[in-house]
Each structure stands twice: as C-alpha cells, then as structure tokens.
Write a protein that binds this ligand. Sequence first.
Ligand code: ZN
Length: 153
Amino acid sequence: MPANLMKAFDSSNKKLIFLYISSFNINQIFCLLILLFLFLETFNFSTYMEGVVGPRIYSCCKCRNRVALHDDIVSKNFQARTGRAYLFTHAMNIVIGAKEDRQLMTGLHTVADVKCSDCGEVLGWKYVRAYDETQKYKEGKFVLENFKIVKEN
Ligand SMILES: [Zn+2]
C-alpha cells in the first residue's frame, strides 16, 4: 500500500483519502471500476436477493399448486407444440403419467406426461430417455409449458 494512503488510513482523515483518489488518472479509475465489478460478480447479487425475497416459485395455472422453483430452470428457450416452455431439473407436487415414445423436433424420446397432483391438469412432460447422444442432457428433466404455469413471488 502506498505510504500516502497508509497515512490517510492512519489519521482516518477522509479529506486525505479523497485527495488520494482524486489524484488517480483515468486508467486507475477504470481499473478500480473493473475490480468493483468483479467483486460484485463474486458476491453474486441475485443470490443475495433470493435470500431477501424468498425463492421464486411456479404454480399450476388452474389451482395454484406449487410445482417448480425458479432456481431449477435449465433453459427458458424450449419449444412445445403450444408455444414456449421451460426446462426444469426438478418438479414437485406432480403426477407422472405412462411412458411413451414420441418423435419430437430434436429426435425420438421416451417421455411421460406431467400432471398437477391437485387438479390433474397436464402441465408438460418428463424426458425419461433421449435416443440421440446430443439430447441425453434432458433425461430426467421436466418441461413445463409456459402458459400452464404461473410465477409467484
Ligand atoms: Zn393444478
């Protein structure tokens, strides 16, 4: 630490610290901003917010039964026949229907319907098996259709 900064801390004189910072050139200020940004990234602001507002939850559109957590979303860019859908690693309060093979846009998959355990509404499906190697990551995951779930805070 430079001697003049030490002195600033020692005397805890705010004016000296201000004078030290105001003597920075534009490059030093830029470096400081990058360091500040990296610090905030590490701190992970969104995780902090999660603790404040509680976990964000998705519920069944019909009966508001809680079916999935926002944190379990793997992808928001899934395409279902009826429109957009989210891919989740987990789902809760659901009933999984019979397995069947379905030819989807990304190839042949074994899937099972996912229904709300309270009202029985079909919310999406579970990937039980993907035959294509590139699609294996979906196995065991859940697709819930966007218009069938409601986001709660
Ligand atoms: Zn329901």
